[in-house]
Design a protein around this ligand. Sequence first.
Ligand code: ADP
Ligand code: ADP
Length: 237
Amino acid sequence: MLEINDLVKTYPDGQQALRGCSLTVPAAEVVAIIGPSGAGKSTFIRCINRLVTPTGGSIRLDGEELTTHRERRLRETRRQIGMIFQEFNLIERLTVMENVLAGRLGSVGFLQAFLRRFPAQDVERAFELLERVGLGGYENSRADALSGGQRQRVGIARALMQEPRLLLVDEPTSSLDPKVARSIMALICELAGERRIPALINIHDVGLALGFAQRVVGLNAGSVVFDGPPSAVDEAV
Ligand code: ADP
Ligand code: ADP
């Protein structure tokens, strides 16, 4: 369970990106965060794994306060949080398999992956995940030979390779055409559900949020302005 209380972020230039946001996400719930550009969506999820340092408030994951973690605990926590990015963040000249195995190391220190030998069970797990995301047979393809949708599938497998306690997903479909975007959003929501991983998904496409998430949180100008099931969004709009 993820519990966020009164999260505040003021950037050094004075920009108030978050003005006291609270949100509780139980295990296995898939929450879409929607809102116009500049609402604070990226800042919100980046505070959770400290790509951005919050100015105030509390973030607890299974009871553990994350905002006070320093270097070592922060690295440990990051290894337990799967990130999926808009631009996929693959290592283009490496293979699909190598990219997925890199997930074992968390989202930092990718190149270390190739200085280390991976246990057979990790490789087996990577094969299974690639099969599950629809990329069986692509293990040895180079990342830069894949389409956008396929690259995002690699990004999803890499995140799950971490066996994360939480998935943070930042605009996963913005670089994809609408049909591929739907399949990627569906896959992320399905996998989070079946593995009981709570997920926060920033997505500016309201249709995708309503179609696939269990819950929708609306941000505007740094504040939560809506929090409820997709069915309630239609009534609110
Ligand atoms: P969204 O993801 O909803 O588009 P962001 O979290 O990126 O929103 O941005 C929220 C606000 O914070 C915007 O006004 C944006 O310009 C500002 N902002 C984002 N990152 C920075 C930064 N590094 N420095 C200063 N202001 C920032
Ligand atoms: P995103 O698509 O994730 O919202 P943006 O295109 O808004 O990202 O911003 C790209 C980068 O620029 C991010 O690292 C963000 O933190 C930073 N940024 C956004 N707005 C500002 C701002 N007003 N001042 C400084 N940096 C900003």
